[in-house]
Design a protein around this ligand. Structure first.
Ligand code: NDP
Length: 821
């Protein structure tokens, strides 16, 4: 037998990791209790659920089934703990987190075995990927705890965070959620997935072991309907962080709408794996193995759509089949196994259902000749060819070891196919031509792009989605902002020195009856009194035809109606167009057509913002008079508002080429470019107060970052915004970048918030309106930024002009670029 023959006939022998330490640990503790206030508490219901080993189908343990009474107890414990933990100095928090990281390393083997037993994933993955990344996350965030006071000086913790995690990376998802939360001074109630609670319970032991103060971390096992939903709806929870299906993410968006709870959602994906004809095909084959057969394909960012350049497709598919034939499936604790078990019978059934559907829809299915173990829940690696891009298997997240392949001819076609999905979590690009790969990466709508690599993760580099893959990031500095809020913001009281609320003054000048309204109205009258200085009377007569500003042109409102605008005394001072759904749709279309704005140079965008400021300053007096006329404030106040608006334009012009992102150095030979990208089309409903400054403060950061926008100006005081038409027209701003639709704010906001081609919605108005916007946004999971009815002092630089708006106007894309021959 020669070397080649030996190589080709070589068989792996069994190389099992001992299950005994894991099983003993379980037996000593099962049935498991809940972890509240650093104590093991029996569930209020007295009920337990089974934890099953998916590789055998046999029961591993019984874990407590918490209910809403347990949720109340855990949230109460977290609230008490927050009073201290939230004020604990960063250095002390860092020490605790460092200890957690150390203890994870000390227990790494047990954790790896437990994870494989409970989830069914191969020990090679839990041992070499999941658990080291868990430790890394705590080390990395211990650093941020240490640095919080100096690096995030204007921020405070949010409070109590409810965290709901899935079963595909049980301990890793726990780490992604708990580490940043603790680093920023929050306390946590965590709900693991029903199928995979064991490593979270071992983690709770570590929390006890290192002496983390009671109540800082609480772990509630149980069912979604009992624990998850109660956590989401709990009034004393300040933030929900969720990873799981888009469907549940959408229901959580709806359930939290209007509650003021901060929300981050990491949802599903259907990520493209793009192979150009100059790629190194042997590396590509190994890449595909990692992309779709890692963790049995139960990975939110799995490269589940293989897009291959047509001229190499047959060659690559043939190589893949050979490789698939050699993949080994079986006991997850066997170190030589590539593919473990599917997490549950339900998940297995769902994979089979979708595969059957793929066959019915005409795609060609291929599976290796070997058979899966009959005990436990196994599914073979599966490859579909002849797939049409519109079919179910090309669009739906299968969440199993199933790859669908399609072909393309040109890079442009590759990008189009890649983006032909409602998701946007990740993408992988394979080409030996770095120019081509780096040209394609920014065109892909996804939060993470891997160049000539796939499924790489590190705590330095934020992870999260575009579009219906959710919003918010986990990891990196950007991930920290999910767990803090500005120091000036308070839940209980409105900031001092706020302007008057005029939401309640009807546009026809009629008086409303609630005491709050009367108070606001009284304030307006006071301002009107102060303004009896003649300016209001000296303005020119009304002679303008009310119009919208859409696509760079002034156009008549679709409905042909106008709305009257009154001064605080009830005198008619102007008219604006009465916008309707059609106007909004036209404006969104115009905004999309102007998408080239995002890819223009930042220098050019800065120049245009400066130019808008310059043109505004030429008409400073006129704009000040207009503010006086609408609000009745003093000329001095109005002039200050105009000055602040000009200054704000300067600030965002300045930021345009300075809010640029960073280069991360994760532990790999290479770098990760973290680039803030425009979100796309943003709908903006302006606050009622500060007719010019409120408008400028919102449009400037949005367009500075490359977005195109549809703006609804102050409903009661729209004339400052409509006066801006000419300023915008004469400032070289391309048509369609800013579109302005006047009219009834809440009706128009609803249309924008529900519009599937709008990517984000900002709304500054009453609490009820905020709730409606958040509810409607769930349709395409657009990002929202709302004020929950709280007033903001737009004159204050911290409140009115912070980096917060730049972050709201961007989403970070991390591009991984390994290098070396
Ligand atoms: P879910 O989204 O249902 O579950 C994720 C987590 O949310 C679990 O802890 C679950 O609890 C909990 N949960 C479920 N419903 C609610 C609710 N209404 N309120 C609060 N919490 C809730 O995922 P599944 O486990 O059902 O998997 C279904 C599909 O979701 C998969 O086939 C896959 O396509 C996708 N998925 C995507 C993931 C990702 O990382 N993007 C991860 C997991 C699944 P419980 O376990 O008790 O049901």
């Amino acid at each position: 037998m020669n070397v080649m023959e030996i190589f080709e006939t070589m068989e792996y022998g069994p190389a099992p990791e001992a299950a005994a330490p894991g099983l003993t640990w379980i037996q000593e503790r099962s049935p498991f209790s809940l972890f509240i206030n650093n104590q093991w508490i029996k569930p209020a219901s007295g009920q337990y659920i089974d934890s099953i080993n998916p590789a055998t189908g046999k029961q591993l343990a019984k874990v407590a089934a918490a209910n809403s009474a347990d949720v109340d107890a855990a949230v109460a414990a977290a609230r008490v703990a927050f009073e201290t933990w939230g004020k604990t100095p960063g250095h002390i928090r860092a020490r605790y987190m460092y200890a957690i990281a150390r203890h994870i390393q000390k227990h790494s083997r047990l954790l790896a075995v437990l994870e494989s037993l409970d989830n069914g994933k191969p020990i090679r993955e839990t041992r070499d990927i999941d658990i080291p990344l868990v430790a890394r996350h705590f080390y990395y965030h211990a650093g941020w705890a240490q640095l919080m006071e100096s690096e995030l000086p204007g921020y405070q913790p949010i409070g109590i965070v409810g965290q709901i995690i899935p079963w595909n990376f049980p301990l890793l998802m726990l780490a992604w959620k708990i580490a940043p939360a603790l680093a920023m001074g929050n306390t946590v109630v965590l709900k693991p997935a029903r199928y995979t609670s064991l490593t979270a319970l071992k983690f709770a032991e570590i929390v006890q072991e290192i002496g983390l103060p009671p109540g800082v971390v609480n772990v509630l096992t149980g069912e979604a309907s009992q624990v998850g939903e109660a956590l989401v709806r709990h009034p004393d929870v300040n933030k929900i962080a969720f990873t799981g299906s888009t469907e549940v993410g959408r229901s959580i968006r709806r359930a939290t709408a209007g509650s003021g709870k901060k929300l981050s959602l990491e949802l599903g994906g259907k990520s493209p794996f793009i192979v150009f004809d100059d790629a190194d095909l042997d590396s590509v084959v190994e890449g595909v193995v990692d992309a779709i057969w890692f963790n049995q394909g139960q990975v939110c960012c799995a490269g589940s759509r293989l897009l291959v350049q047509e001229n190499i497709a047959d060659r690559l598919i043939e190589k893949l089949r050979v490789r698939m034939e050699h993949l080994r499936i079986g006991d997850p604790l066997d170190k030589a196994v590539d593919i473990g078990a599917i997490v549950s019978p339900g998940q297995l059934k769902e994979i089979q259902r979708l595969v059957n559907q793929g066959v019915e829809e005409g795609a060609v299915m291929w599976q290796p000749s070997w058979v899966c173990p009959t005990e436990g829940y196994f599914f073979p690696p599966t490859l579909f060819t002849n797939v049409s891009p519109a079919t179910t298997i090309a669009q739906v997240e299968i969440f199993g070891p199933v790859l669908v392949s399609m072909t393309f001819r040109t890079p442009a076609e590759a990008v189009e196919l890649a983006n032909n999905t409602r998701y946007g979590l990740a993408a992988s690009v394979w080409s030996e031509n770095i120019n081509l790969a780096l040209d394609v990466a920014p065109k892909l709508k996804a939060g993470t792009i891997w160049i000539n690599c796939t499924n790489l993760f590190d705590a330095t580099s934020g992870f999260g989605g575009y579009r219906e893959s959710g919003f918010g990031r986990e990891g990196g500095k950007e991930g920290l902002y999910e767990y803090v809020r500005p120091k000036w913001e308070s839940y209980e009281t409105l900031p001092e020195g706020l302007p008057i609320a005029i939401d309640s003054i009807a546009s026809d000048g009629s008086k409303s009856s609630s005491s709050q309204d009367e108070e606001a109205e009284g304030a307006v009258r006071d301002r009107a009194f102060v303004s009896s200085n003649g300016y209001a009377q000296t303005l020119p007569a009304i002679d303008r035809t009310p119009k919208m500003f859409i696509g760079g042109k002034q156009v008549r409102p679709d409905g042909g109606y106008s709305r009257d605008v009154y001064d605080p005394h009830g005198h008619l001072i102007g008219q604006v167009g009465e916008g309707n759904r059609k106007d909004i749709r036209n404006a969104v279309e115009a905004a999309h057509k102007a998408s080239g704005w995002a890819v223009g140079t930042t220098h050019n965008r800065a120049q245009i913002l400066y130019y808008i400021a310059e043109n505004l300053s030429v008409r400073e007096d006129e704009f000040a008079r207009r503010i006086v006329q609408q609000t009745g404030c003093t000329y001095a106040d109005a002039a200050a508002e105009v000055q602040a608006s000009i200054s704000r334009l300067f600030s965002y012009a300045a930021w345009t080429d300075k809010f640029e992102g960073v280069v991360h150095r994760p532990p790999l030979r290479g770098a990760v470019l973290a680039m803030p990208e425009a979100i796309g089309v943003i709908g903006i409903a302006c606050p009622s107060e500060y007719p010019l400054l409120g408008f400028i403060s919102l449009i400037a950061p949005a367009i500075a970052m490359g977005n195109t926008i549809v703006v609804i100006p102050s409903q009661q005081l729209p004339l400052s915004a409509t006066d801006c038409y000419q300023v915008l027209e004469t400032s070289d701003l391309p048509g369609g970048v800013v579109n302005i639709v006047t009219g009834e704010r809440d009706m128009l906001s609803q249309v924008l918030a529900a519009h599937d081609d709008v990517d984000a919605m900002w709304y500054f108005g009453p609490a009820e309106g905020c709730k409606r916007v958040e509810l409607a946004s769930a349709g395409n999971m657009k990002r929202t930024c709302v004020n929950y009815g709280h007033l903001r002092n737009w004159m204050d630089v911290v409140q009115g002009e912070s980096e917060e708006f730049l972050r709201e106007a961007t989403q970070v894309k991390n591009i991984w670029i390994p290098y070396g021959e």
